[in-house]
Design a protein around this ligand. Structure first.
Ligand SMILES: CC(C)(COP(=O)(O)OP(=O)(O)OC[C@H]1O[C@@H](n2cnc3c(N)ncnc32)[C@H](O)[C@@H]1OP(=O)(O)O)[C@@H](O)C(=O)NCCC(=O)NCCS
Length: 177
């Protein structure tokens, strides 16, 4: 599996500092589980927690957190397989929804994926009907919907963003969080 790292991302360092985005480290585990828990049951099923915890338990150079003055407010990662970028386990603490943190972290991850390698021609996400609209705002197009595909009440919505529809961030357009 080929992956990208923060050391290779095509992202302006000033934006990096402004957002408080840094790499995940093992001591962030409890805080990330807390972010997950805040989104249960509205956005995640409690049954998904073991999978998320197992994911966090692995070494992840490509999983990031948004750390605002010592408070871990969001987390999310990326991977690349067979030239396709993927977004994984992106979430914002429920108490901070709709405060632009999710957009900032998504922009960061898209820029990491598309900016790191010209081999990445598209980025995919599997999400639910409750969040698909958020990704649609960034140009993602729905390719498949499977009713209750993630869990009861959570449809599987597969969405794809093509490189041609990617709009890289600039310092001037960066969110301030
Ligand atoms: C989806 C999520 C990451 C969005 O992050 P956020 O910080 O709340 O979103 P932002 O504040 O950046 O929102 C940007 C815009 O998207 C809209 N938006 C946010 N969440 C949305 C959603 N679930 N559906 C549709 N639109 C949404 C906002 O209204 C906002 O629009 P506005 O500027 O016109 O007000 C966050 O709500 C979240 O963590 N959800 C739970 C976990 C989850 O479902 N993750 C996805 C797993 S695949």
């Amino acid at each position: 599996m080929h992956t990208v790292g923060a050391d290779k991302i095509g992202f302006d360092d000033r934006i990096y500092r402004r957002l408080g985005i840094r790499r995940y480290k093992p001591s962030d585990f409890e805080a990330c589980v807390g972010v997950f828990g805040s989104n249960v049951p509205r956005y995640f099923g409690a049954a998904e927690l073991p999978e998320f915890a197992a994911f966090l338990g692995q070494a992840h150079a490509h999983y990031w957190v948004v750390d605002i003055e010592g408070a871990l407010e969001a987390c999310g990662g990326v991977s690349v397989r067979d030239g396709v970028g993927r977004l994984c386990w992106g979430m914002v603490h429920l108490s901070r929804h709709r405060t632009s943190i999710g957009s900032a972290l998504l922009q960061w991850r898209l820029d990491a994926l598309f900016g790191a390698s010209s081999d990445v021609q598209e980025v995919r996400i599997e999400t639910s009907q409750w969040t698909a609209g958020f990704y649609g705002r960034f140009g993602f197009k729905t390719t498949t919907i499977t009713a209750n595909g993630l869990a009861l009440g959570f449809d599987s919505v597969v969405m794809v963003l093509s490189r041609k529809d990617w709009r890289p961030a600039s310092v001037d357009s960066a969110h301030s969080v």
